[in-house]
Design a protein around this ligand. Structure first.
Ligand code: SF4
Length: 366
C-alpha cells in the first residue's frame, strides 16, 4: 500500500491544512501562496494563455518555458502568428514534439483573424470552433484570460478530484470523464457564490496535481484539500485514480540515408503536412529491409520513442552518386510522402535553417 509521505503534518506554515473551509477557498488560498512562477502567469492575454496551454499538453513546464519565450518573442500576437510562415512555426516548435499542435495553433490563429476579427472568442460555443481548442483548452483560456466560470479536467485535475471524491474508473473513459467534469463544474458553481476567480480555481487544481497530489507519494501533509479528501481519510491514495493498461508500443525498424555531396551538404526531405512529423524535414528514411544498409557506411543506431511507437533507426552514409544511381530509384518514404527536397549543410540544419525533429538533429550531429 502506497502511503502519502507526510500524512497529517502541516509543512507549509502559510497554510493550515486542517482549517475548516470549503474546497474552492482552500485550493485558491493555497494557490495564491504556492504557485510556481511561469511567464504565462504574468498575463491575462488570451493568445499567450492559449499558446502556453497548447505547449503544455504532453510536455513538462520546465521544457516549455524556453520554447514559449522564443515563440512569443517571434509571434507576439495572434495576428503575427496568423501571418507567419508554417515552416517558421515548425522551426520554433522543433524538439517539442507532437507537431500537429503547432500546425493546429497556426491554423487556429488564422481562423481567429478571419472569423473573429483577431479577438479570441469569449464563449464556449465560439471558442470550440477554433482548431486546437478542445474542452480542456477552452476551459483554460476562458477561465484564466476572461474570468469565465468554465471547468477543465486534465490528468492532474482528474487525479486530484478522483482522490478527493473517490471516483473509480479510468479518467480517459467517457463515463468516468463525465463524472469528473460534472464535479469540476460543481466546484465552479460553489466558487461563483464565493466570488472566487475561476482561473485561479482551475490553476489551483492543476498546480496541486502537479506538485502535491502527485501520481506516486502524494504530499498529503502539505495539501489544502486534506480535510475534504476521501482517499486521505481512507488511506486509499494509491487506489485512485484507477488506470487501465496502456496500448502496446509497436516497434518500427527504419533505415536513414545520410546522403552527402562534394560541398559537405546533406540531402533533406520535407514530409507532407499532416500526420506524424508533418511538415518537418528529415534525412531520407525508409522501412529497413535486411542488408540494405550495407550499401553505405554505418553511421550509427538511434532510438526514438513516440506515444505508441518505438522507432529503431539505422543510419547509413552514402555519397550523392551512389544515392542517385542506385538507391533513389527504389526509395520509398517510411510513412506518408516527401513533398520537397533540398541540400543543406548539417550545421545550418541543426542551427535551425529548417524545422527538424529532435531525433533528426541527433542523426545529423553524429
Ligand atoms: Fe493527499 Fe488527497 Fe491532497 Fe491528494 S488531494 S495530496 S490524496 S490529501
Amino acid at each position: 500500500m502506497l502511503r502519502c509521505r507526510h500524512a497529517k503534518v502541516v509543512s507549509d506554515s502559510s497554510i493550515d491544512v486542517n482549517a475548516s473551509t470549503d474546497l474552492p477557498s482552500a485550493l485558491t488560498r493555497w494557490f495564491a501562496i504556492n504557485k510556481r512562477a511561469m511567464p504565462w502567469r504574468n498575463t491575462r492575454d488570451p493568445y499567450s494563455i492559449w499558446l502556453s496551454e497548447v505547449m503544455l499538453q504532453q510536455t513538462q513546464v520546465a521544457t516549455v518555458i524556453a520554447y514559449y519565450e522564443r515563440f512569443i518573442k517571434r509571434f507576439p500576437t495572434v495576428h503575427a502568428l496568423a501571418a507567419g510562415d508554417l515552416d517558421e512555426v515548425l522551426k520554433l516548435w522543433a524538439g517539442l514534439g507532437y507537431y500537429s499542435r503547432a500546425r493546429c495553433l497556426h491554423r487556429g490563429a488564422q481562423v481567429i483573424v478571419t472569423d473573429f476579427g483577431g479577438r479570441m472568442p469569449e464563449t464556449l460555443e465560439q471558442i470550440r470552433r477554433i482548431p486546437s481548442i478542445g474542452p480542456y483548452t477552452a476551459g483554460a483560456v476562458l477561465s484564466i484570460a476572461h474570468g469565465k466560470p468554465e471547468a477543465l479536467v486534465d490528468g492532474n485535475v482528474a487525479r486530484v478530484l478522483s482522490r478527493i471524491k473517490l471516483i473509480g474508473g479510468d479518467w480517459r473513459q467517457s463515463a468516468t470523464k463525465a463524472k469528473l467534469w460534472e464535479l469540476a463544474r460543481a466546484l465552479h458553481l460553489e466558487a461563483l457564490e464565493k466570488k472566487i476567480d475561476p482561473g485561479d480555481l482551475n490553476q489551483a487544481l492543476m498546480e496541486l496535481g502537479a506538485t502535491v497530489c502527485t501520481p506516486r507519494g502524494p504530499l498529503c501533509g502539505q495539501c489544502p484539500a486534506q480535510k475534504q479528501c476521501g482517499a486521505f481519510r481512507e488511506d486509499k491514495q494509491s487506489e485512485f485514480p484507477e488506470t487501465t493498461k496502456k496500448t502496446a508500443v509497436t516497434t518500427l525498424r527504419l533505415l536513414s540515408w545520410i546522403v552527402s555531396d562534394s560541398k559537405g551538404r546533406v540531402l533533406l526531405a520535407q514530409r507532407e503536412s499532416g500526420g506524424l512529423f508533418g511538415g518537418l524535414w528529415e534525412v531520407p528514411t525508409a522501412t529497413r529491409a535486411p542488408g540494405k544498409e550495407k550499401r553505405g557506411t554505418p553511421a550509427g543506431s538511434f532510438r526514438h520513442l513516440l506515444s505508441h511507437r518505438e522507432l529503431k533507426i539505422q543510419a547509413s552514409a552514402v555519397d550523392k552518386k551512389l544515392w542517385t544511381e542506385s538507391i533513389e530509384p527504389e526509395f520509398n518514404c517510411w510513412s506518408g510522402k516527401y513533398v520537397n527536397w533540398r541540400w543543406v549543410l548539417p550545421r545550418e540544419a541543426i542551427d535551425g535553417a529548417v524545422a527538424l525533429a529532435s531525433i533528426q538533429k541527433k542523426i545529423l550531429q553524429k
